[in-house]
Write a protein that binds this ligand. Structure first.
Ligand code: GDP
Length: 287
């Protein structure tokens, strides 16, 4: 699904989330653990306001565990509760009720001291397209439900999904727009598949990602593609093209005449990265 975000769409998305915020106790802000900064909506603080928020580093199964730990520390240092999950398999998902309770401890205590019986906490998932919102909702629901995040008349027809006795989740997530301000973030988003390659050219995305992968994960790259003596960094575009060409040759991505089909090589590289075949890799580190 490609959504073209125009100012009108953003205003509407923001308003829809603000409507939903009235119904809930806690926001689950879903980020891609491989690109936590680039997959973050730039206006998230303004949109969610004072609502308690739990940052979820999703797709942690695909991310470098050392980096995920570093990112979790980074966000916690900034005062955000943070938790790594894998919505596909469900790793970490069962902790969400407990984490939410921790976050809302004071409110719960106040209710108890007034003699009230605490009701289940109500949560809303927000995040940019493709970050795993539907997958997490289905995981919590324990079944596949049709998810339409973009209905008019937001508060109508929405359902609560019960998760244990302590947590309820709104079945329509808040869809946020990705960053547009930063071209590097754009390439990282394209590399993970969060935005479509038609927007950025696929061999350009592959060359961009090769620079990162060679710098950070050279041994894994050498092993996967049978490359020897990769340089420790790729100083320019030409160096990246050379590596892509090598990968193409190794993998038989050729056109007639024996030249490398760069687009095919780029597709192969990105597919390997996205599926985790290259190993667990994170494309950006906390500043
Ligand atoms: P949404 O647009 O935010 O609702 O994203 P989806 O739930 O449709 O997920 C986008 C893609 O990411 C799908 O192919 C999911 O299978 C995949 N995905 C979601 N969560 C995870 C995860 O934790 N690990 C992995 N490996 N893939 C995931």
């Amino acid at each position: 699904m490609t959504i073209q975000w125009f100012p009108g769409h953003m205003t509407r998305a923001k308003r829809q989330i603000e409507e939903k915020l009235k119904l809930i106790d806690v926001v689950f802000e879903l980020l891609d653990a491989r690109i936590p900064q680039s997959s973050r909506n730039p206006m998230i603080d303004e949109i969610t306001g004072s609502k308690p928020r739990l940052i979820l580093l999703n797709k942690a199964d695909l991310a470098d565990p050392v980096q995920t730990e570093a990112w979790a520390r980074y966000f916690r240092d900034k005062g955000h509760a943070t938790h790594a999950i894998d919505a596909n398999i469900g790793t970490g998902v069962k902790d969400l009720a407990g984490k939410s309770k921790e976050l809302l401890q004071e409110k719960i205590q106040r209710q108890i001291s007034k003699g009230m019986k605490p009701r289940p906490l109500r949560a809303l998932i927000v995040g940019i397209p493709n970050v795993g919102k539907s997958t997490l909702i289905n995981r919590l629901a324990g079944r596949n439900i049709a998810i339409t995040g973009d209905r008019p008349g937001v508060t109508k027809g929405q359902q609560w999904i019960r998760f244990g006795g302590e947590l309820e989740l709104l079945d329509t997530p808040g869809i946020l727009w990705p960053r547009f301000d930063d071209p590097v973030a754009g390439f990282r988003l394209a590399a993970t598949g969060a935005i479509k390659e038609e927007i950025l050219h696929i061999d350009e995305v592959a060359c961009f990602v090769l620079k990162i992968l060679v710098e950070r994960y050279r041994p894994a790259m050498e092993e996967r593609y049978g490359l020897e003596d990769l340089p420790t960094e790729l100083p320019d575009m030409q160096a990246a093209i050379d590596v892509l060409e090598n990968i193409g040759r190794r993998r038989g991505c050729l056109v007639s005449g024996g030249n490398v089909d760069y687009e095919k090589a780029a597709t192969l590289l990105l597919r390997d990265l996205r599926s985790g075949k290259l190993g667990r890799m994170t494309l950006e580190s906390p500043e």
